[in-house]
Design a protein around this ligand. Sequence first.
Ligand SMILES: [Ca+2]
Length: 467
Amino acid sequence: MCSVSCAAGTTNCSGVCRDLTTDNNNCGACGRVCPSGQVCSAGVCSVSCASGTTNCSGVCRDLTTDNANCGACGRVCAAGTVCSGGTCNVSCAAGTTNCSGVCRDLSSDNNNCGACARVCGAGTICSSGVCTVSCASGQTNCSGVCRNLLTDNANCGVCGRACAAGTVCSGGTCNVSCAAGTSNCSGVCRDLSSDNANCGACARVCPSGQVCASSVCTVSCGSGQTNCSGVCRDLTSDDSNCGVCGRVCPSGQVCQSSACVVACSAGLTNCSGVCRNLSSDNTNCGVCGRVCSAGQVCSAGVCSVTCAAGQTNCSGVCRDLQTDNANCGACARACSAGQACAAGTCVGQGALRFTLTWSTTGDMDLHVTPPCGTEIYFGRSTACGGTLDVDDTSQRGPENIYWPTSFTPGRYYVCPEAYTSAVANTTWTLVAIRGGVEVARRSGVRGRTDGSVVCSASFPGVIILDL
Ligand SMILES: [Ca+2]
């Protein structure tokens, strides 16, 4: 007799091959009909389609790979093309493989795991191209599919959290822009240096047999790189492939010299798994493990009998009271969370700050006009989400305006104003700190002492910053 041999992903239901994941009349099992008002999604009758699929006339479709609904319901790819990433192409995008005319992600497709038509058995899931009982490190089981929550726009941070239009998933949060080192390619953050489908530029696809290495398509990975499932990785520094392909460093750790180590913030060094300040740590002075002798202190990375100029001995440790958050202006005077120590004073830091200091005692003022157009200064301490939290009237600053949690990107006018004659022609310094990182530093003098000229493009010596 004639028998039916169904393609991978479909099941023989009384002689007809059905896709049990999406067929409303055979949902999850042959003959199981979804009630009126429900659709079959991932083999379950539901009131709405699962994350990653779209309801097209009552059937849940994956618009990224469905040749009959490519990018939009009803958009059919022409003969000779396949739907990949939501557009009809002559070949499948990197990371996917043409399996009988459909682009499949062999790394996560339970019906095409590691190879076309290789179906994972009951109780297993496809992770990194292997049927396993649980998802590999760095991936999370979202309704039976292993997802990378750091970059998946449909599962960003947690399963099912889809990023809104205009945002992309980067580092597990939906952002308006991609994190450093990645570029926004049609709404997905891509590493152009290593992405075979976006090599050196968005949508520049490496030919079959080639890989993207250092933003160039080549026949093999360059020196210092290793081919991990078709992507060139630097195993010495790749947090997702540390030492060997697929080894993901745990949260809080980074890959250094092929090993997952504790991630230290700027100015600190990992000494056997503990972050140390080598400039002031008496037991790790200059290098890890160098202990200063009794009677000595570590100052600027050198064991000395006294602290270097500009530093103060606080209980045997040399501190810079101008900048040390734990000893700001005086030993043991700690700034609060969300603050930074600037010129010996705790100031608001947050998402963005402008901090002004000057060289002679007196009253300078900081005026800032953010994109909203309302000036922030001593006469209006809060506007447009920004706040003047420190107004110095007698010393050398600081004077500080900051945005605690977020700020509006755009053009900022920053105006250092000499309020009294005592500070006319004093040298001022302005720093802009965005997200804890200094993005601008300017110095100058201000001769006029008329107090409160409106801060705009015509202000003498205005600092214009596009942030
Ligand atoms: Ca002032």
